[in-house]
Design a protein around this ligand. Structure first.
Ligand code: HEC
Ligand code: HEC
Ligand code: HEC
Ligand code: HEC
Length: 401
């Protein structure tokens, strides 16, 4: 979430796309029990709420999305506030697509055509179970050829969400030079490793990147496109992944969604919403906890922002997230950091502004080590971290009873 806020805060126009297979776990051999199905659909509703809030531009369909049948999927996705694209899932008799085949998004005057196709070579029993007599999956080769030709006429760039086996996607790229970017999200059935290792995110087919970011939802793939394109892929694209593990702080809306609370429909997606009243800040905490404030001032956490200003990195959005409070929630533009400088009390103790109104009722509780890991992230800093060993150094003195 913070990642999306950060990108939006930078003011760079961007598309948010999900390859699909987003809503349910792996399909089971036999039809799931009613209670399992109900449970999965409840989780899927929360995911859908989250996707609505994030403001996706397009989401594809993968084979696992079909596991409770097309009618159940349709009913779930009737509440989607984003286009679900799948060109080859059709009603059997009318051949009418169940979802929209493609969507055209205009960004900065550029037209991006995004289509989707889903694997048709499913296990026959599974196929019968999920499609029934009512639906069908058309040949993805023909479907791709038709839709790419159509989009090509009106769009500046054509992006495929191609939920197929890797060999099929390679062939499709050979046959359809009109595709500018192919997203290859299908990672099951030994088709490709579940964990895509670094360096394998992108395979070039001529000047077309085939991108497959995985990591079980723990990473987002980023494809930066520099316009106007020069024809030199090195200059035109930067493609990499971004780990979501350092969830610097919980997002209040996402927390509600995960708890199954209904969040009002997102009428203005793609906007950055800040939460100015979420944090109290060290000054307010310190008014009641003088001793702890004085201790904190002796730790390097209280100078973390100062460490950045020395080198001018306080304006670098890649640095401020771990050297401030609530980046992405309280502010996004580094220059607007205001009172959120330094690693403050709430970075460790958690957030609940009501604590100040009624401390005995709204308790902050014990400091959880997971709060440390977001910043002391060994993967990013290339430095090990042993919280149990160093916790005493930063533990404030206990309150007097
Ligand atoms: C919001 C990010 C963030 C969180 C959360 C965080 N740290 Fe830090 N920590 C930092 C930064 C940044 C520094 C370096 C500050 C500097 O020198 O500029 C640091 C420095 C330290 C140091 C050296 C401090 C000193 O005064 O010598 C220790 C020890 C430490 N952290 C432990 C922890 C522990 C334990 C937790 C969890 C209870 C934690 N940190 C939570 C970002 C964080
Ligand atoms: C993932 C969180 C994170 C990010 C991102 C991050 N830092 Fe830090 N930084 C830390 C932590 C944690 C420490 C304390 C490390 C320790 O003492 O073990 C630290 C320490 C520092 C220090 C003081 C200690 C030292 O090594 O000299 C400086 C200066 C610093 N960071 C600069 C930067 C700059 C510049 C960037 C951006 C390029 C950056 N940091 C990005 C978490 C982060
Ligand atoms: C690096 C993380 C970190 C930061 C930053 C931090 N604390 Fe603490 N604080 C701790 C830890 C760890 C303890 C020990 C108790 C525990 O484990 O929960 C503690 C203890 C406390 C206690 C005593 C709790 C009790 O049960 O007696 C208070 C009050 C407190 N902190 C307030 C603050 C205030 C106010 C600030 C900011 C000025 C602050 N803390 C900043 C980690 C932190
Ligand atoms: C209006 C005064 C006041 C403010 C402001 C305040 N606290 Fe407290 N805090 C208290 C009191 C009083 C207690 C003891 C509650 C009890 O035990 O009944 C307490 C308890 C705590 C504890 C012990 C654990 C718990 O949940 O009881 C921590 C940690 C703590 N405060 C941290 C903070 C932090 C961090 C802030 C700022 C975000 C903050 N406090 C702001 C008055 C305040």
């Amino acid at each position: 979430m913070t990642f999306f806020q950060q990108q939006r805060g930078r003011g760079v126009p961007f598309l948010v796309i999900d390859g699909g297979a987003a809503f349910f776990g792996s399909p089971t051999k036999k039809a799931p029990s009613i209670s399992k199905e109900r449970q999965s659909l409840n989780v899927a509703r929360n995911i859908l709420n989250a996707y609505n809030y994030l403001g996706y531009h397009a989401v594809g369909i993968g084979p696992s999305d079909l596991q409770f049948g097309v009618d159940k999927l349709k009913s779930l996705l009737s509440r989607a506030e984003f286009p679900v694209v799948c060109a080859n899932l059709v009603e059997k008799t009318s051949k009418k697509p169940v979802f929209t085949p493609s969507v055209v998004v205009t960004l900065e005057g550029m037209k991006f055509g995004i289509y989707g196709v889903c694997l048709d070579t499913l296990n026959p029993n599974y196929k019968k179970r999920v499609l029934g007599g009512k639906y069908d999956l058309l040949d993805p080769y023909e479907t791709t050829r038709d839709i790419v030709a159509r989009l090509r006429k009106s769009c500046d760039m054509v992006i495929g969400i191609s939920h197929l086996n890797i060999a099929d996607n390679e062939k499709i790229l050979g046959q359809n030079p009109g595709i500018d970017i192919l997203l290859d999200p299908y990672s099951r059935s030994g088709n490709k490793p579940v964990w895509v290792t670094e360096g394998e995110y992108v395979a070039w087919h001529g000047k077309t990147p085939m991108i497959r970011i995985d990591g079980q939802g723990s990473r987002v793939g980023i494809c930066e496109i520099y316009l106007p394109r020069t024809g030199n892929v090195e200059e035109d694209y930067a493609i990499y992944d971004y780990p979501l593990e350092p969830q610097i702080m919980d997002h209040p809306v996402m927390k509600d969604i995960a708890r199954g609370r209904l969040v009002p429909p997102n009428k203005t997606p793609h906007k950055t919403t800040l939460f100015e009243d979420l944090f109290l800040g060290a000054g307010t905490c310190g008014a009641c906890h003088e001793k702890q404030l004085a201790f904190w001032e002796t730790t390097k956490h209280s100078k973390a922002y100062a460490s950045l200003t020395k080198t001018g990195d306080h304006l670098n959005s890649e640095c401020v997230e771990c050297h401030t409070l609530g980046y992405g929630l309280s502010f996004v533009e580094p220059a607007k950091v205001g009172e959120f400088k330094e690693v403050q009390c709430e970075n460790c103790h958690g957030v609940d502004a009501k604590h100040a109104e009624d401390p005995a009722r709204y308790r902050l509780g014990q400091v959880n080590e997971t709060s440390c890991w977001g910043c002391h992230n060994p993967q990013i800093l290339k430095k090990p971290f042993y919280p149990a060993k160093v916790k005493d150094k930063v533990s404030c003195p206990r309150m007097e009873k």
